[in-house]
Design a protein around this ligand. Sequence first.
Ligand SMILES: NC(=O)c1ccc[n+]([C@@H]2O[C@H](COP(=O)([O-])OP(=O)(O)OC[C@H]3O[C@@H](n4cnc5c(N)ncnc54)[C@H](O)[C@@H]3O)[C@@H](O)[C@H]2O)c1
Length: 432
Amino acid sequence: MKLCMIGTGYVGLVSGTCFSDLGNDVICVDRDQKKVNDLKKGIIPIYEPGLDELVLKNYKNKRLKFSTDLKDSVSKSDIIFICVGTPSKKNGNSADLSQIYNVAKEIRSSISRFKIIITKSTVTVTTGDVIEKIISQKVSKKKFSVVSNPEFLREGEAIRDFYKPDRIIIGTTDKKSNNLLKNLYSPLTSRGAKYINTSRRAAELIKYASNAFLATKITFINEMANLCEKIEVNIEDISIGMGLDKRIGGRFLRAGPAYGGSCFPKDTKAIATTADKYKTNLSVIKSVIKSNENRNSLLLKRVEDILKKRIKNKRICFLGVTFKANTDDMRDSSSLSMIPSLIKRGAKINYFDPTGEKEDFKKLKNAKFSDNINSAIKHADLIIIHTEWNDFKSINFKKEVQNKKFMIFDMRNIYSPVKMKELKIKYFGVGR
Ligand SMILES: NC(=O)c1ccc[n+]([C@@H]2O[C@H](COP(=O)([O-])OP(=O)(O)OC[C@H]3O[C@@H](n4cnc5c(N)ncnc54)[C@H](O)[C@@H]3O)[C@@H](O)[C@H]2O)c1
């Protein structure tokens, strides 16, 4: 099939590449000329394990193309996936859908034969209705169908998630589109992926409801960790004990920093705001948002306690600054508020991240990037394990850190407190 992905970011590039690998002809379009030029040269703009080889392979065999020409790419394709950003509105909580609506307006003149227009971006309920209205102002309704097919891939495991999704949600009542999409996804459904056909609005809501639920799970266990710290119980025991219950499940049940990333913070706010619009109070989600927003100051308070309130001139090393491992995505990472806040109080920050130096910290006077773990931790007073990269799981701290009084605050509970005690390292975890 001939596909066009509009927006070549984490979602558009990964799913476009994987669709081309399944034998489809795919054009990935982006308005960012540099991104498109780089991709044509084999430079991949994001860090996603396994993506480089897959892009190069399919670009070479010409099933995958890159372009900035939206209109031409749409007119050559049968199925159009909208994968542009839907961030929170500036100074507000609702989703900014302007990129989506701009695309809807832009593609109208390129629809001269039947096309399926799909929102893969996370969009508020009824967005599909608005897209349909915008396009139908210029194009006969017989020539297009607007479908919701939300994306559930996780950064860091995006390729695996594409090939082995838990479910494929297709929101449409149009039989023709449903059949074409069943066919498109048949290489995945034949391997066991569940294909669920719902109404368009239901598909849009499934995505938000899923993200809000996962954010709730994380927040729930983070609050349990707060209690565990007061009563000398190990949160890891609670996670395992709860997670083995099949009704609960162990994933997203590990205590740590506030949830971040490009989805949960904006999506929880967007669904709560949407519900307000329909005079429905999503009180659980609203408390989750509040609790998560408080978590950064709570963990900073722990840093303060660990350092006995003497933060000034302390050398604090962050291992990992992205919101989770195996991605370079910094959007809404808790390090973005923690690092400047510690610097404000006089700390000197050194950080290492396997995905390299971050623009966000370049302007900060006392934030220095080290290009390897050993030099990052060498002179530290306090080492904060912020992100759960495998690279951080077997560090010989005793050998590498020169300051013999160093301490570790393991926000991901990677290390065993018992072993750390045996090594005589002052070690603090979360919820234990
Ligand atoms: N990142 C994730 O893990 C993830 C997972 C599931 C769903 N989503 C959702 O998918 C959507 C996209 O997320 P992302 O992380 O891939 O975003 P992103 O910011 O990485 O990529 C979006 C791309 O769209 C391009 N773009 C914007 N307007 C355009 C236009 N008119 N024409 C061509 N290109 C245009 C931008 O230049 C950018 O490269 C969001 O709604 C997000 O919530 C993201």
